[in-house]
Write a new protein. Structure first.
Length: 330
C-alpha cells in the first residue's frame, strides 16, 4: 500500500518524527532556517499532509500549490496566526495545532524574563565577563523589587493564569485586562480585573503580554500605550512579536519612558544582529524559547505528528482548529 506523502518544514524532536516516518513517505527540511517561499511552494506539490511551523506562511497560494491531495496542515504550535484558516476550510483542508502543551513552560519563561530584567542579570553577566568586577559596590546594578510589586497581565488565558499563580508566590499584586475572559475562580485571591488596558498600564510595575495575534492586537502596545506606563515599569512579551510596536518600544526605552523590556518574541523575528533594540542595555531579548524544554518540545512534536497522521489516514485529528471540515472529508 502506498504511503501518504508529507512534507515536514523543519527537523523536530525524534519521538515525533519517528512516528511520521513509520506511516508516511516524509521529506524533512534539513536547514535551521525555514524553507524559502519558492522552495516551500515546490515542496508541497502533491503532498497529502504538511507539518508546518509558525515561520511558514500557509495561505491560499500555498494551499493551491499543494493541490487537491492535501488533507491536513498540522502546525507545530499552539497559535496558528501563520495559517489562513478560512482559506484552508474553503478548500476542505484540516488545520491542527498543539493546544495546552506549553502553558506551564511558557509561564516559567515569562517569569524568568521578569526576574532577569528586574534584577538586571544580563548586565551583571556582561559586567563580570568584561573584567569590570573589582569589589562590592553599594550602588552597582541596582534593579527593581519583584516581591510585593504590581504585575499587570494582558490576556488572562491559560498562560496568563499560570503566570498569575507564580506571581502570587512572590506576593505580587495581580492586575489583569482581558475583555473576553470569563470570571475565573482559579485566579489567585485578590487579583483585580482592570476595566481598560490604560488602567492596567498606569498601575503596573511589570506588564506581561499573553494575547493571541490578530488585527485587534497588532501593535496593541504602541507609543500611546507605552506613554501610559510608569517610567519605572518593565514590559515582558512572551506572546507574539507584532503585539509590540518595535519602533515605539525603542523610543520609550532609549528616552526613559519605561525602565526596561524583556522579549521572547520580536518584530521582525528574528531580530537582525544590527537591530537598534539590541544596542540597549535595558532590553533583554531571547530567541523565542518560551516552550524550549526537552519535555515540552517533544510533546509538541508528538501532538503535531498525531494530527498529521490522523489527517492523512482519514481519521479525526486529536486537535483540529477547523472541525467543520470533518463532515466533508468522510
Amino acid at each position: 500500500m502506498k504511503k501518504p506523502k508529507v512534507f515536514v518544514a523543519r527537523i523536530l524532536p525524534e519521538e515525533g518524527l519517528n512516528r511520521v516516518f513509520e506511516v508516511c513517505d516524509a521529506e524533512v527540511w534539513q536547514e535551521d532556517a525555514p524553507p524559502p517561499r519558492d522552495v516551500l511552494l515546490e515542496k508541497v506539490r502533491g503532498v497529502d499532509g504538511l507539518l508546518s511551523l509558525l515561520t511558514d506562511r500557509i495561505d491560499g497560494e500555498l494551499l493551491d500549490a499543494a493541490g487537491p491531495n492535501l488533507k491536513i496542515v498540522s502546525n507545530f504550535a499552539v497559535g496558528y496566526d501563520n495559517i489562513d484558516v478560512p482559506a484552508a476550510t474553503e478548500r476542505g483542508v484540516l488545520v491542527g495545532n498543539t493546544p495546552g502543551v506549553l502553558t506551564e513552560t511558557t509561564a516559567d519563561l515569562a517569569f524568568a524574563l521578569l526576574m532577569a530584567a528586574a534584577r538586571r542579570l544580563p548586565e551583571g553577566m556582561d559586567f563580570v565577563r568584561a573584567g569590570r568586577w573589582k569589589t562590592f559596590q553599594p550602588t552597582l546594578l541596582l534593579g527593581r523589587d519583584v516581591y510585593g510589586a504590581s504585575l499587570g497581565i494582558v490576556g488572562m488565558g491559560q498562560i496568563g493564569r499560570a503566570l498569575a499563580k507564580r506571581a502570587a508566590g512572590f506576593d505580587m499584586k495581580i492586575l489583569y485586562y482581558d475583555p473576553f475572559a470569563p470570571a475565573d475562580s482559579s485566579l489567585p485571591a485578590g487579583a483585580i480585573r482592570c476595566a481598560t488596558l490604560d488602567e492596567l498600564l498606569r498601575r503596573s510595575d511589570f506588564v506581561s503580554l499573553h494575547v493571541t495575534l490578530g488585527p485587534e492586537t497588532r501593535h496593541l502596545i504602541d507609543a500611546r500605550a507605552l506613554e501610559s506606563m510608569k517610567p519605572t515599569a518593565i514590559l515582558i512579551n512572551a506572546s507574539r512579536g507584532p503585539v509590540v510596536d518595535p519602533d515605539a518600544l525603542y523610543e520609550a526605552l532609549q528616552k526613559g519612558g519605561i525602565a526596561g523590556a524583556a522579549l521572547d518574541v520580536t518584530e521582525p523575528e528574528p531580530l537582525p544582529a544590527g537591530h537598534r533594540l539590541l544596542t540597549l542595555r535595558n532590553c533583554l531579548v531571547v530567541p523565542h524559547i518560551g516552550s524550549a524544554t526537552y519535555a515540552t518540545r517533544t510533546r509538541m512534536a508528538v501532538m503535531a505528528a498525531e494530527n498529521l497522521l490522523a489527517g492523512v489516514t482519514g481519521r479525526v485529528p486529536p486537535h483540529p482548529v477547523n472541525p467543520e471540515v470533518l463532515p466533508r472529508r468522510r
